[in-house]
Each structure stands twice: as structure tokens, then as C-alpha cells.
Design a protein around this ligand. Structure first.
Ligand SMILES: *[C@@H]1O[C@H](CO)[C@@H](O)[C@H](O)[C@H]1NC(C)=O
Ligand SMILES: *[C@@H]1O[C@H](CO)[C@@H](O)[C@H](O)[C@H]1NC(C)=O
Ligand SMILES: *[C@@H]1O[C@H](CO)[C@@H](O)[C@H](O)[C@H]1NC(C)=O
Length: 216
């Protein structure tokens, strides 16, 4: 009898602990060298599933766009509720000026998720069509895209050079859910967080800063 009730107690204790664990999921384990703080979730045993990140097989933490394109997470600032993802690479092809996310038309965030593009990003657009001249973007000969082109495309990505290019600050007048590239617009881009125009382009902080709304 005593043994029976002891077993029962142990079993119910285990069940209680399990239930408790499921209802208050903790932080996920590290991904490679990166901490994955709460509310981020790399699988359904930890974090909050609306804040999905992916830990790929190489231990690289990634964020996925609405189209499922993956961007490496460079840093997470928990206090500021901001993370920085790596802008897509330029396709290494002398006949093509495209970013690797061109087929998903650049970066688009799922508007139902608690992320948006912060207002500290300066977006540099390459190989733009003349239509862009009628936009409020800065496509002048002293646009920051020319500084980028001069320093960062040196000796490569010839297809992106000497074409119309533009830059803009992703401020509150813009949609905060996408950075778009397409034929008839611009076909490649990069982004710089908190740009310091007086610094040389190889010292800029290349990244796309996203903001998240905390879970309530
Ligand atoms: C540049 O953009 C135009 C139209 O937007 C596109 O047709 C062309 O293929 C692009 N150039 C390169 C080199 O990718
Ligand atoms: C375009 O950007 C450059 C560099 O920031 C700036 O000097 C210039 O005044 C801007 N031009 C326009 C038309 O806004
Ligand atoms: C982006 O998200 C932040 C944090 O939730 C919010 O404060 C801000 O208003 C949002 N910006 C836009 C343009 O929706």
C-alpha cells in the first residue's frame, strides 16, 4: 500500500513537472556560439513559437522571410528588442546584378508576426530603372549608393556598376515589412544600420535591423 501511494506520488510529480515545463517554456539552447534568448524559438520545446528562428545544421542561427528565404542572424539586442540580420549577398555573376533573394523579390516580413524593419536602416538599391527617378529616393550622383559602389564593388559585381542606383532611409513613411527588388525597379540591394556617411563604406555596419514587439 505504502509503495503504491509512493509510486503514485512520483508519477503525479513527474506529470506536474512536465505540465509546468510545457506551459512556461524557457529559453532555447545556444545555436553554435549564439545565445537564443526568450522569446525566440528554434523548436517547439522552447521559446514562443511566434518568434521563430532556425538553427541550421552548421550551427548558424537564421531568420526566415515570409517567402522562406533565410538570413543569418548577426546579433540580438534583447533590451532594445532588435536583431540584425545579414543582408543577402550579390550573385557572383558578371552578367547579373541580383541579390540571392531576388527570386523572392527581396525581403518581405509576414505582417502577422511581431517583426518589422526598424527605422535605422539605410537601404542601398542597385541597377534601378528610370522609374525610380520619379520616386522620393536619393538617386543623385552623390547618393550613398555611389560611395558603396566605388568602395565595395571594386573589381567585382561589374553588372551592378555604372547603372542608376539610389538610397533611402527606411523611415516611418515607408512600409516596414519589406525591402523589394524586381525587374523594372531595382534588382539588388544592401542595407546599413545607423549609417555614418563620413565613414568609409568598408566600415559601415552592413545589416538589416528588425524590431520585435514583446509577447504580452
Ligand atoms: C538591371 O535591371 C534591368 C531592368 O530592371 C534588368 O532587365 C537587367 O537584367 C538588370 N541588369 C543586370 C545586369 O542584371
Ligand atoms: C543625396 O544624398 C547625399 C549623401 O547623403 C546628400 O549629400 C544629398 O544632398 C542628397 N540629395 C538629395 C537630393 O536628397
Ligand atoms: C515596428 O515595431 C515596433 C515595436 O513593436 C513599433 O513600436 C513600431 O511602431 C513598429 N513600426 C511600424 C512602422 O509599424
Amino acid at each position: 500500500m505504502a509503495l503504491k501511494s509512493f509510486v503514485f506520488m512520483v508519477v503525479s510529480l513527474v506529470i506536474t513537472i512536465k505540465t509546468f515545463h510545457v506551459s512556461t517554456l524557457g529559453a532555447c539552447p545556444k545555436c553554435g556560439n549564439m545565445e537564443v534568448p526568450y522569446p525566440f524559438s528554434t523548436d517547439d520545446t522552447c521559446g514562443d513559437s511566434r518568434y521563430k528562428l532556425y538553427c541550421n545544421n552548421n550551427g548558424v542561427l537564421e531568420f526566415q522571410s515570409a517567402e522562406g528565404f533565410s538570413y543569418k542572424v548577426l546579433s540580438i539586442d534583447l533590451a532594445a528588442q532588435k536583431l540584425i540580420i545579414k543582408p543577402p549577398d550579390l550573385v557572383q555573376d558578371d552578367d547579373m546584378c541580383r541579390t540571392t533573394d531576388f527570386s523572392s523579390e527581396g525581403l518581405r516580413l509576414d505582417e502577422n508576426l511581431p517583426f518589422n524593419v526598424s527605422t535605422r536602416n539605410t537601404v542601398i538599391l542597385l541597377n534601378c530603372s528610370d522609374n525610380l527617378l520619379r520616386s522620393p529616393l536619393n538617386c543623385s550622383s552623390n547618393s550613398l549608393c555611389r560611395v558603396f559602389e566605388g568602395k565595395m564593388l571594386e573589381g567585382r559585381n561589374n553588372a551592378c556598376k555604372s547603372r542608376l542606383c539610389c538610397h533611402y532611409l527606411k523611415d516611418s513613411h515607408m512600409t516596414s515589412y519589406m525591402i523589394r527588388v524586381r525587374v523594372g525597379g531595382c534588382t539588388a540591394y544592401t542595407s546599413v544600420v545607423d549609417i555614418q556617411p563620413q565613414d568609409p563604406a568598408d566600415k559601415w555596419n552592413y545589416g538589416i535591423e528588425l524590431q520585435w514587439m514583446p509577447p504580452n
